[in-house]
Design a protein. Structure first.
Length: 299
């Protein structure tokens, strides 16, 4: 079962019946009640593996394990059909900014499309934005930074890559490869990129490894986090926590690696600072980050 929340609504794919169902949340007395509201028409010909919703609420994405991605409006009408041409989709998602849809699969690339709307909010088209090329084997997963200016990808070739995606793709500018790191995990796997782009986490079966995104150094290792395969992995919007799920429990970890990376970055910036105001600001930020890190270590 795949599901995603949208305000007071959540959307579920039910494998039993191949149905995308919308549930509404209502409040009765002091409790919230979820009730089936409507079913989307059956349009996928294979099992749905991912559902995403644009943060603007303008569209919903569903991806199946063939090569199909569908873009829907909230009424259940299909706005566009995407053929990824990746032999078989492994993962797909909507970017946090709500502009892009991306997918990876059997091929050694990540494909990204822009979902375009007019000034009055009407759907216009889905157009190819850019691709992440450089892996030598199929890509297992990818992740966006919070502002979609960075992406991370992990591949069967034993590498993960960090990309700068804040490019003028409409002028045919390609994303920049910023760093390539190594990982020795197994599939299935998931990758997460912290909102500030400083930390990469990779879940491999039941284990999690956290990397410094600039040096590739292993910062943290968490073994046998869940008794079942880790199904999702994400950082919170403020870079403070890493969250995983893989059974009936959600586990939350302090992003201590993120604090260490931020402190190292700011110390380098401090060396290059030219004004007293900038130096004072950086020194205070370093002090605050170190205080937060020390508090984690004391727990």
């Amino acid at each position: 079962m795949v599901f995603i929340f949208l305000l007071r609504t959540f959307i579920v794919f039910l494998a039993n019946g191949d149905t995308i169902r919308v549930f509404k949340m209502t409040k009765k007395d002091d409790a919230f009640i979820f009730s089936a509201h409507e079913d989307f028409p059956i349009r996928h010909k294979a099992i749905v593996i991912n559902i995403g919703i644009a943060e603007t609420g303008k569209f919903i994405m569903t991806a199946s394990n063939d090569t199909t991605i569908l873009i829907w409006n909230r009424k259940g009408d299909v706005l566009a059909t995407i053929n990824t041409n990746q032999v078989a989709n492994a993962y797909a998602s909507v970017s946090p900014c709500g502009r892009f849809v991306a997918s990876c699969g059997f091929t050694p690339d990540v494909k990204v499309w822009e979902v375009c709307f007019g000034k009055s909010g009407e759907f216009r088209e889905v157009s190819r934005a850019f691709e992440l090329k450089g892996h030598s084997a199929g890509v297992c997963g990818f992740a966006f930074s919070n502002d979609s200016s960075r992406m991370a990808s992990v591949s069967k070739d034993g590498t993960w890559k960090l990309w700068k995606t804040d490019v003028e793709y409409k002028k045919q500018q390609d994303p920049y490869l910023l760093f390539t790191g190594k990982w020795s995990g197994k599939e299935p796997c998931r990758i997460a990129l912290s909102p500030d782009g400083r930390t990469v986490a990779i879940a491999s079966v039941c284990d999690i490894t956290v990397y410094n995104a600039q040096t590739g150094a292993v910062e943290e290792e968490f073994k046998s986090v869940h008794p079942a395969v880790i199904s999702d992995l994400a950082f919170d919007i403020n870079n403070r926590f890493l969250v995983s799920t893989g059974d009936r429990v959600i586990r939350v970890f302090h992003n201590s690696a993120g604090y260490r990376a931020a402190i190292a970055d700011m110390k380098e910036m401090l060396k290059k600072a030219n004004t007293k105001g900038t130096k004072d600001r950086l020194q205070q930020q370093i002090k605050d980050a170190q205080k937060a890190l020390d508090a984690i270590y004391k727990q």
